[in-house]
Design a binder for this molecule. Structure first.
Ligand code: AP5
Length: 218
């Protein structure tokens, strides 16, 4: 099972990725989580990307492609993986194709912009594990604390309203065209292209899980 989850910031990619990865026993490769970990470690990569991410802009294609190509060669990816947040530009999708990395499914989680803004303002995360909560829709058992470790939850720097609007613009301009890119590829080369699916991302988490499983297992 090799799949790509597409969707706007806050569409629920990370939330649903956790469930899909458990179900299929595959690793979640979240480029956003990898970059945030690099910032936290204070590595050279982290220093390069910190300001770009705070402003809600995209990190350079070359840097991200190198990071993902290295990650998917690791042994835990031998039986598959889920790409969350990659590719995010046509250039990144072209690089994946040129590297002959075959993908089974591309799934777009569709959520309107108004819903995204409300979701991201209420999001809280556990930075070490990447576990994701929402103040109203998916609250932790104890307010402000991670369910597993009890550590304090934080709000991401790029979840401020003005940055969220910028991220949404970037999504519509640079990432949404990938839906057409994969659909065109599937239409012209149905045997080698990934299968494309669109899943409505509004509703409770269980409903969306069921929709995702229906397309992945159906
Ligand atoms: P990244 O970390 O990938 O962020 P993103 O794509 O903007 O996605 P998010 O993590 O914000 O949202 P999500 O869809 O995972 O939603 P979630 O499940 O958390 O990227 C961050 C930055 O890194 C980028 O801006 C860029 O700078 C850089 N970057 C990363 N990859 C890159 C690349 N390939 N190229 C260049 N730069 C790159 O859900 C959101 C909230 O909603 C949560 O609180 C959740 O609990 C709640 N929620 C989820 N589902 C529902 C539901 N059904 N109903 C109600 N609430 C829900």
């Amino acid at each position: 099972m090799r799949l790509i989850l597409l969707g706007a910031p806050g569409a629920g990619k990370g939330t649903q990725a956790k469930f899909i990865c458990e179900r299929f026993s595959i690793p979640q490769i979240s480029t956003g989580d990898m970059l945030r970990a690099a910032i936290k470690q204070g590595s050279e990569l982290g220093r390069q990307v910190e300001q770009v991410m705070k402003e809600g802009k995209l990190v350079s294609d070359d840097l991200i492609v190198a990071l993902v190509e290295e990650r998917i060669r690791e042994p835990d990816c031998a039986n598959g993986f889920l790409l969350d947040g990659f590719p995010r530009t046509i250039a990144q999708a072209d690089a994946l194709k040129a590297a002959a990395v075959s993908i089974d499914h591309v799934v777009e989680i569709a959520v309107p912009d108004e819903e995204i803004i409300s979701r991201l303002s209420g999001r809280r995360v556990h930075p070490d594990s990447g576990r994701i909560y929402h103040l109203e829709h998916n609250p932790p058992k104890v307010e402000g604390k991670d369910d597993v470790t009890g550590d304090a939850l934080i709000q991401r720097d790029d979840d401020k309203p003005e940055t969220v609007r910028h991220r949404l613009d970037t999504y519509h301009q640079q990432t949404e065209p990938l839906v057409g890119y994969y659909r065109d590829w599937a239409a012209s080369e149905p045997d080698s292209a990934p299968k494309c699916h669109r899943v409505e991302g509004v509703g409770d988490l269980e409903q969306i899980r069921a929709r995702l499983l229906a397309v992945l297992e159906g």
